[in-house]
Design a protein around this ligand. Sequence first.
Ligand SMILES: Cc1cc2nc3c(=O)[nH]c(=O)nc-3n(C[C@H](O)[C@H](O)[C@H](O)COP(=O)(O)OP(=O)(O)OC[C@H]3O[C@@H](n4cnc5c(N)ncnc54)[C@H](O)[C@@H]3O)c2cc1C
Ligand SMILES: *[C@@H]1O[C@H](CO)[C@@H](O)[C@H](O)[C@H]1NC(C)=O
Ligand SMILES: *[C@@H]1O[C@H](CO)[C@@H](O)[C@H](O)[C@H]1NC(C)=O
Length: 430
Amino acid sequence: MRVCIVGAGAAGLCAARHLLIEPCVTELDVLEQSSQLGGTWVYTETVGYDDFGLPIHTSMYKSLRTNLPKEIMGFPDFPIPESERSYLPAKDMLAFLQLYAEKHGVSEHVKFKHHVQLIIPKQGATAELWDVTYKDLMTGVTTTKEYDYVFVCNGHYNTPFIPNIPGLKEFEGDVMHSHDYRVPDIFKGKQVLVIGAGPSGMDIALEITSMTEKVILSHHLKEQPRSVFPSNLTQKPDVEKLEGRTAYFKDGSQEEIDVVFLSTGYLYNFPFLHESCNIVVEDNCVEPLYKHLVNIQHPTMCFIGVPYYVCAFSMFDLQVRYYVRSMNGTFKLPSRQEMTRHWEQEKSERASRGYTRRQAHMMGPDQEKYYASLATEAGTESIPSVITKIREESSLRFLHNLQNYRQDVYKIIDDDTYEIISNGKREILC
Ligand SMILES: Cc1cc2nc3c(=O)[nH]c(=O)nc-3n(C[C@H](O)[C@H](O)[C@H](O)COP(=O)(O)OP(=O)(O)OC[C@H]3O[C@@H](n4cnc5c(N)ncnc54)[C@H](O)[C@@H]3O)c2cc1C
Ligand SMILES: *[C@@H]1O[C@H](CO)[C@@H](O)[C@H](O)[C@H]1NC(C)=O
Ligand SMILES: *[C@@H]1O[C@H](CO)[C@@H](O)[C@H](O)[C@H]1NC(C)=O
């Protein structure tokens, strides 16, 4: 089998790591548009476009520390090395991914500065085959190569989602998305409205209070954060409209602002998939995918890393183990019809619990069930529940103790139990 992996971020590296030890794989190419591995975890000061005219992929900002403890961020067979702290700076995560790639001999298989331009099911072939067209950015030469399997691992924190706020296009100040944020200095003396209270929005709102006397954080979190914010950071509900330089909020209040800073998340984007791949993204729902992973119309194509609010690297590893087992005959994927029925059922079940279409791939409380369903079907190990337990605990502490939660230190005791040292106090939890 000849396999093509798009992207050398954590997901692509993990796919390569498992495929390299698989006897049925005879040829493996990891195509990576940038000059180094690590994807999201590569920090660059550059925003906009790179030297080859491609949009800058990374959304990493300079001060970033992980929002989850390293104890749950490693791979099941390759944990992050022990160190004093649990929450690591981005450069440590990048170093970790480099170590992982080296240890498993992945780097030799990565074609850097190779941009995937088109993936299309091979015309007229009897079996399902793929034609992958990529451009060597150094020479400008474009090649089309045939593969038996395609792993789509291009990440989904790169294409900004711009919400539909009345007056945003006509706003007279600056508008910026967190994808382009690097350092707080640009906001010196400005009055900034941050929209969105995800991990980036919260961190960045807090960080820019060092530069300006007025930061407004607009959000619709269901659970009101109990975190103590600096006096120059005010919380507001959603924005109703923008007019001139004024923001009007849903509670009837208004504020004068210089900058609208959108921390409103990202869109799934697969610009290289030809429409005959039959993958449609609408309202941020990627379909039809079986178990958020297998292209139902063309099951020799899979997508690693689509679900969010997950333990990312552990999930990538499980998704890859699942899919490789379907490739090598450990189990057989259900028929297209059955996979379709499964996905339709999952969609209506999610809808009945109030999930919107935009939340099609949101896991959070559904994680354990999702992991178990992959593991059971493929006969492979699931993710220990201690990992999801720590994730829940850490997320609560993020919300309610934003300024200090990154000082907590975690230690895994066994598959169900962990220890947390917070503020000098030690607790055992399970
Ligand atoms: C600011 C920020 C902070 C985060 N913090 C955390 C955290 O603390 N904990 C956590 O678990 N997760 C965090 N995440 C999520 C993080 O993105 C995932 O953990 C994970 O690194 C994603 O890996 P990936 O391989 O799916 O995608 P990416 O890391 O985005 O890698 C995709 C790769 O594909 C390449 N590529 C894309 N298109 C093409 C193409 N057409 N041709 C060739 N190559 C292509 C890109 O260059 C890139 O190298 C964070 C994300 C962001 C944006
Ligand atoms: C904003 O408030 C915080 C704490 O309340 C303070 O440390 C910071 O200096 C203030 N920022 C400015 C620009 O005054
Ligand atoms: C298939 O892959 C799995 C996971 O890599 C491995 O454990 C198993 O031995 C493989 N089976 C065959 C028949 O190669």
